[in-house]
Design a protein around this ligand. Structure first.
Ligand code: ATP
Ligand code: MG
Length: 355
């Protein structure tokens, strides 16, 4: 009896891994979609150069980190290389006016946001059935660096890391727990949770810690720091692929099942900070013990704590509210339950997960 159960569980794990790969592959953007987006980037860059000739418009976020899904939004960052330049707020206003005049995009400049951006939307058309959503920010060099860091992690073990991340992105969107504006977590936050799990929870680890590896040559303070933050990490992916071979042989299905189990019952939400840079940290030690704001409406910032890999004084999950965290944990538990309950058809389990 027990033997039979074990065999059927093993078969489920195998099938579920296969299903995950197939599911994720059909969610990847087509080459056509990527080409259209690249054309849009070039067009916007050309227009912005009429105001700032020394500027470059670069992709970051999912379109540049290896975790992009069909119809995901475009995150663009404008870098200006000349010495003198306008404030981000002024640039947002000027670029907003320009794009309003010169393009078919619906334009919404947000010059006074924490990170000033211009929001662009293009209506759906036959060639682009979902339209395009795009944010342009200015001089956000840390975002370019964290995009590069995630890209490196995606390429260390693409079969497992990319599959897990892409699945979790779809899952969190379908389960409606992927919107910082509504008190849940951004895609960026979920990616960090996956990396934290693969690096600091699994033994042996699936991922190396690129921020703690010794550099190949001495690095000066100037090279390694940006705005006072240490942004150095081991980024020679070719070399890494030759040298790093994880001793962990779990399949992607096993990792995903453990991921849900870990975040539904083992992670110490009340006291812990997940840091991919430094492992498990304490809220108390970072001064992130849950604060109550004094305006009566006790809005808490640090229910869930995920340290940004470079901006270490920044909690990536600061938008997650008490209710949001309750919902997210409920979803981790639901997923864990579905995957533990001896489902016999992997494809049905997957469908139920993303219902
Ligand atoms: P999606 O496909 O859902 O848009 P994404 O990979 O683009 O996913 P986002 O959450 O949109 O992820 O984040 C895009 C980029 O913006 C991240 O790579 C990161 O550089 C930056 N970013 C987003 N949220 C935060 C945050 N809370 N703190 C710091 N940087 C963030
Ligand atoms: Mg994005």
């Amino acid at each position: 009896q027990q033997q039979r159960r074990l065999i059927s569980r093993q078969r489920f794990i195998q099938d579920f891994s296969q299903c995950l790969f197939e599911f994720v592959v059909q969610l990847l953007p087509t080459t056509e979609e990527m080409a259209v987006k690249e054309d849009v980037r070039k067009l916007l860059e050309r227009l912005i150069r009429t105001i700032e000739p020394d500027s470059r418009l670069l992709s970051f976020g999912s379109s540049a980190n290896g975790f992009s899904l069909k119809n995901s939004d475009m995150d663009l960052c404008c870098l200006i290389d000349s010495g003198e330049r306008l404030s981000a707020a002024d640039l947002v206003t000027m670029v907003g006016d320009l794009l309003e005049r010169e393009t078919k995009f619906h334009v919404k400049p947000l010059p006074h946001a924490r990170i000033p951006i211009v929001k662009l939307n293009l209506d759906p058309s036959p060639a682009l059935p979902f339209g395009i959503a795009c944010d342009i920010g200015f001089e956000n060099r840390l975002a370019l660096e964290n995009t590069r860091l995630l890209m490196c992690y995606a390429s260390v073990d693409p079969a497992r890391v990319r599959t897990m991340v892409l699945f979790l992105k779809v899952w969190s969107k379908r389960r409606k727990i992927n919107s910082p504006y509504k008190g849940t977590l951004s895609s960026y936050g979920y990616v960090l949770l996956v990396i934290y799990f693969l690096m600091h929870v699994k033994t042996p680890p699936v991922l190396p810690n690129l921020q703690q590896m010794p550099p190949l040559r001495p690095i000066s303070e100037e090279e390694s720091h940006l705005n006072g933050y240490n942004i150095w990490f081991f980024d020679d992916i070719e070399l890494l692929r030759q040298r790093w071979k994880s001793a962990n042989t779990d399949t992607v299905a096993e990792l995903l099942i453990d991921f849900f189990k870990f975040y539904s019952r083992d992670f110490a939400y009340n006291t812990a900070v997940a840091s991919i840079r430094a492992g498990l940290l304490k809220k108390e030690d970072k001064g992130w013990a849950t604060e109550q704001s004094d305006i009566g409406t006790s809005r808490e910032r640090n229910r869930l704590c995920i340290e940004d890999p470079f901006e270490t004084d920044f909690n990536v999950a600061r938008c997650v509210t008490k209710d949001g965290l309750y919902t997210i944990r409920g979803e981790f538990m639901r997923a864990s339950r579905i995957l533990q309950s001896r489902p016999d058809r992997a494809i049905l389990a997957l469908a139920q997960l993303c219902e």
